[in-house]
Design a protein around this ligand. Sequence first.
Ligand SMILES: Nc1ncnc2c1ncn2[C@@H]1O[C@H](COP(=O)(O)OP(=O)(O)OP(=O)(O)O)[C@@H](O)[C@H]1O
Ligand SMILES: [Mg+2]
Length: 255
Amino acid sequence: MSSVLKVTSVTQKFGGLKALSDINMHIEKGEIVGIIGPNGAGKTTLFNIITGIYNPTEGKVELGGEDITGQKPHVIARKGFARTFQNIRLFSKMSALDNVIVGMHGRTSVNLVDAIFHTPKKRREEKACGARAEELLRLMDLWEDRYALASSLPYGKQRRLEIARALATQPKLLLLDEPAAGMNEQETEDLLHMVQQLKELGETVLLIEHDMKFVMNVCERLYVLNYGELLAEGTPAEVRGNPKVIEAYLGKEDD
Ligand SMILES: Nc1ncnc2c1ncn2[C@@H]1O[C@H](COP(=O)(O)OP(=O)(O)OP(=O)(O)O)[C@@H](O)[C@H]1O
Ligand SMILES: [Mg+2]
């Protein structure tokens, strides 16, 4: 079976700067994989290439065996990627529930006629959407907050709501860019449990994260980027014991 994601020899140049250099990676169904590396290592750039925001200077990106290199972000999203961003992007004046339902838009087969005349198909879809939204909000422990405006939720919950919304599209691959960033210890702990639940549900996740405890606890495999190069890959234990990684990254505890 083809990998959910396969990145082959990807290089990204911005003018004279080589942000990524000959990157190879793959993610299999049901895996939770992490990308770590110091600031400016190229982590977000790699996400932007995977999701079609950048067309790589060289190399190939495949989703489920299909070459999607250079396709537009909305086209790629429809093929099965969902992501969250380093900074929060919610519909702040909408409820938590509506934020999730909006995430489902484009995933239903209801057309305009169905919608206007409230056909049985439309009612069935609505019920299915409602059930899925409830499932996701419960999963992210936000069900009690479903009618709260997104902007009124505390930071940790807003970040979880973003994940719920991304999951609403039923992605083949969920990409999380620093999901624990800015969270306090308790919020990080809560998020850790939720991502572990995603794993049990069989979701496939690629996440960027600086919080080492989080990464080491939740990811089965890690890729380490440094100055745009793939420095190491392997299980958290392998990566933690890799002298190159210790020197470049883990050694600098004050980072
Ligand atoms: N659109 C762009 N144009 C020019 N340079 C860019 C662009 N995007 C990123 N870069 C540069 O590419 C390098 C990698 O940046 P990137 O944002 O991918 O790093 P990162 O690993 O996500 O860092 P952080 O941990 O700080 O989020 C940096 O030197 C950055 O300045
Ligand atoms: Mg980044």
